[in-house]
Write a protein that binds this ligand. Structure first.
Ligand code: XMP
Length: 516
């Protein structure tokens, strides 16, 4: 890796798509990091000691520039001479700070919109007269100061894109980072390569050598522990750690009782073959006990997260581990760190949640700067089998958040079997690689049916199958009816307590992928 890669910094104003901006830059092999929007010039200088900061992108966000609590920036940043691109709120903020007018939202635009490009230059180089873009805003920029020019407008938005006449400052009211903006990728590439003149000199694989070296130096001959879930993040971290530490690494798989069928033996076998020492801790009884009578999703997540940490701490003590390795990836860190201006949707617990009572000499997070698909690339390079590399994401609290309402062993067993049927049928039909997730949810509704000649009053199972790029947005998959029919027939035949199967046809947003 070059000592200082060219980089784009994304200023986080709390927008739902903030991560996608950094992702798009990295897909073009330009390193990108998200920073809090109120980062100061002095802090930027510090970042400059490790990164060659070539451009700044101001993200969208839920605020209006006139809100007293609206996120602000260090105004000196506009004068640093570093190219800037404002998106949505970022676009409005630049216009506002530079003396333009922004008006609150009588004419809101959400979803696909067509803009008219009047000057296809800079960020809009090569764009057609009419461009299909994704808008999601209430406020609009109404007018610009003298030294700015309008590059595009839409029916409800007189200044949909602008640029400064001399400085490299651009604004787009729409979201080029979202796939629904037809040429969004090209718009961002225009900014990164044409305006900022970045070199494409960053690859996720640079991380492996760096991390192995760092781990060897940090841990020396002592012992380290990692919580292994079998998923791509902790799995990849475990392989890197095993390469660096060998026998001095123990991977602990905590079976909380909400795992998919065959999961613990699968994890032990696959990772064992790859040279990772795996310990399986069977802890289901204590988890079910803690969840007795609990029905609220956030409460379930909190309890499972806490109990997980307790079990893990006990194991760490037994092993005498001085170092903790975690499979934390970049979005986990950002979400739990400084996202001041975004809304909390649900508490995603990272399975390798940091133990609170044990004092480790250090916590090492080899994937801390990577996104999911970057970790996936590494996993492939490190020899992880396709079954792990393409493993569906699985929530830390497992099947417990796929049983709506109180979690009991009986209900978990039903959803586990239904989950296996969904997986088998999707995989048999060869649909798995194109899908983000496919699973069953046990609703807390019962429904009348007829099985044989008798009345059946049983559970309603919902099947959720989604396509997604990075789980920020998702679409329900238009799976052939014959496949859905096989799933439904098998679930109602093989699970006597289920009388009805429904298919979830909701996108994210407005729903989330998991039901809880
Ligand atoms: P939602 O339901 O928020 O989920 O649309 C987005 C993605 O994250 C997965 N998910 C989790 N992953 N710990 C995790 O590691 C969690 O607590 C958790 N909850 C949801 C979910 O399966 C989907 O892929």
């Amino acid at each position: 890796m070059m000592s200082k890669p060219d980089a784009i910094l994304v200023f986080d104003f709390g927008g739902q798509y903030c991560h996608l901006i950094a992702r798009r830059a990295r897909e073009s092999n330009v390193y990108s990091e998200i920073v809090p929007c109120d980062v100061t010039v002095e802090e930027l200088q510090k970042i400059g000691s490790r990164l060659n900061v070539k451009g700044l992108i101001f993200s969208g966000g839920p605020s209006s520039v006139y809100d007293p609590s609206a996120p602000k920036i260090d105004p000196r940043i506009l004068d640093l001479g570093i190219p800037i691109l404002g998106l949505c709120y970022g676009h409005q903020l630049i216009a506002h700070l530079m003396g333009g007018t922004v008006k609150g939202g009588s004419k809101q635009e959400y979803g696909i919109t067509y803009v008219t490009v009047v000057h296809p230059v800079g960020v809009l180089k090569g764009m057609k007269k009419k461009e299909k873009v994704w808008m999601s805003h209430g406020d609009t920029v109404q007018s610009l100061p003298e030294d700015f020019e309008v590059l595009a407008y839409s029916e409800n938005c007189p200044v949909a894109a602008f640029r400064h006449e001399e400085k490299a400052i651009y604004g787009l009211q729409w979201h080029p980072e979202v796939v629904h903006t037809e040429h969004g990728e090209q718009m961002l590439k225009n900014f990164i390569f044409e305006v900022c003149r970045c070199r494409a000199n960053w690859r996720p694989s640079h991380v492996v050598e760096q991390q192995i070296k760092l781990m060897k130096e940090t841990v020396g001959g002592e012992k380290a522990i990692i919580a292994l879930s079998g998923g791509i993040d902790s799995g990849t971290a475990a392989i890197i750690a095993a390469k660096a530490l060998g026998e001095n690494l123990t991977a602990v798989f905590v079976d909380h009782g909400f795992m998919r069928e065959g999961e613990s033996s699968y994890v032990k076998e696959v990772f064992g073959k790859l040279g990772v020492k795996v310990t399986v801790v069977e802890a289901s009884e204590r988890f079910f006990k803690k969840l007795k009578g609990v029905t609220q999703p956030e409460e379930k997540r909190r309890i499972i997260g806490n109990e997980f940490v307790r079990v893990f701490e006990e194991e760490a003590r037994k092993i005498g581990a001085q170092y903790l390795i975690q499979g934390t990836i970049y979005p986990d860190r950002i979400e739990s760190g400084f996202r001041k201006h975004s809304d909390k949707i649900k508490s995603h617990h990272n399975v390798a949640g940091l133990p609170t009572d044990i004092k480790f000499k250090a916590v090492i997070e080899p994937l801390k700067d990577l996104y999911k698909d970057e970790a996936r690339k590494l996993a492939k390079n490190l020899g992880l089998p396709d079954s792990v590399v393409w493993r569906q994401p699985f929530p830390g609290p497992g099947l417990a958040v796929r049983v709506i309402g109180e979690v009991t062993p009986e209900k978990v067993e039903i959803v586990r079997k239904a989950d296996r049927i969904v997986s088998e049928e999707i995989e048999k039909a060869g649909l798995n690689k194109g899908l983000w997730q496919y699973f069953a949810v046990l609703t807390n509704t019962k429904s009348t049916g007829v099985k044989g000649d008798s009345r059946a009053y049983g559970y309603v199972v919902a099947v959720r199958i989604v396509e997604s790029r990075e789980a920020m947005t998702a679409s329900f998959a238009k799976v052939p009816y014959e496949v859905l029919e096989r799933i439904s027939t098998r679930i109602t035949n093989e699970l006597p307590s289920v009388s009805r199967v429904v298919y979830d046809v909701t996108h994210k947003p407005p729903a989330t992928i998991e039901w809880e």
